[in-house]
Design a protein around this ligand. Sequence first.
Ligand SMILES: *Cc1c(COP(=O)(O)O)cnc(C)c1O
Length: 408
Amino acid sequence: MKPLGPIPHGFSAMDGILQIGYHPVTALVAAAGATPLFVYSRQMVVARIAALRAAMPAGIDIHYAVKANPYEPLLRVMSEYVDGFDIASAGELAIVRAAGIDPGRVSFAGPGKRDDELTAALTAGVTINLESEAEAERALGIATEIDVTPRLAIRVNPDFELKGSGMKMGGGAKPFGIDAERVPALIRRLIAAGAAWRGLHIFAGSQALSADAIIEAQGHTLDLAARLTRESGAALPRLNLGGGFGIPYFPGDEPLDLAAVGAALAARLVALPAELAGTQLCLELGRFLVGEAGVYLTRIIDRKASHGEVFLITDGGLHHQLAASGNFGTVVRRNYPVAIATRFGAPVEEEASVVGCLCTPLDRLADKAGFPRAEVGDLVAVFCAGAYGASASPAQFLGHGPAREMLV
Ligand SMILES: *Cc1c(COP(=O)(O)O)cnc(C)c1O
C-alpha cells in the first residue's frame, strides 16, 4: 500500500460524513446539484490569513497571487482580508475588477505581457512589475500614448534561489524578471522618463516547506534590494519579498514553521539597512492562503477489479485536479491526501486506486492506497484542492467540462 498525503487540519466528520465548515459534503453536493464539485471554506481562509498576520512582524502587507484560485466569491473574501493582489494577465485583471477590487491595490507580473494587456493595466492604474527592458520601453510608450503616469515596478531575477522549493523562479538564466545587475540602470531610466516608481519585486521560488530556506531567501532579498537601491540612487517605496510558503501535500511533508519565519523576519527588520528604512514590505502568497481550504469532491460511478487490483472509478479526474494526478510539476508520483468522504474516518479495509473518468493512464487521483471498502455512489474527497485546481487543470480535455465550485 502506498501512503496518502496528510489531510489538513480543520476537517471533521459526523456519522462518517466529511464536513466542510459544519456542512456535510452530501448536503453540499445536493445544493450544488452534481459532482464533481470544488468546495472552498471561507472560515479556513480567514483563519489562515489571521494566523499569518499574527506570526509576521506588524506592518508587512499580505498580497494574494490570484492565479492560485481566481474564483470570484473567494476573491471577494480575500479583498476584505488582504492588502493587495498580484495578477498575471488582463484576464485576471477583468476577474479582480468584476470582484470589486480596486485596481490601485493590484500589481501585474508575468513574462510576455501583450500591448493590449499593458494598456488595460496602465489605464486602470495597476502597478506593472516589469519583466524586461523591452517591456519597460513598451509600457512607457503606451503610457505616453494614452496620457497616464505609469506605475512601474521591476521584477528582479535574483542572483540566488529559494532552496528546496518545488518550483524555482530565480537564480541563473530565467524568463522571469530582469537580471539583478541591470536593475539600477533601469530604475534610473524609469524615473527619468517620468514614471511613478513603485519598487522591486523579488520572487525566488514556490512551495517551500523549510523555514530555514525561506529565512535565508528573505535575508538575501533584503540585502539585494538594499544594494540595488543604493546603486540606483532613488528611494525604494515598496519591496515585494515574494513568498514561496508551501503547504504539505505528500506523505512525510511537514507544515512550514510560520513562527520561525516571522521571528527571523522581525529580527531582520530591527536591523534593516538604511536604504530600506522607508520601504513598505509585502509578501505575495497563493497556495499558502487558500490551498488547504479547498476540497474536490467526486462520486464513484464504477468499482472494478483487474488482475487483483481494485479501481474506484469516479466522475472527476485530472481535467479538474491535475496536480493530484502528479502531472503538474512533480517528478515522482506520490499520493495527495484523498479519502472516502462518505466513510470518513472508517478503518482501512482494502488497497484501491482512485481513478478519473478520462481515457488515459495519467488520470489517477490516488495510487494503490488504503481505504475503507467504497461502493458506487460514495463520494471521494481530494484535499489541498483550494489552489491550482479548477483553474490550473485542462477542463476541456475529453469534453467533460469544468467542475462546479462553491464557497461555504
Ligand atoms: C505563482 C506565483 C505566486 C504564488 O505562488 P504560490 O506558490 O501559490 O504561493 C506568487 N508570486 C508570483 C510572481 C508567482 O508567479
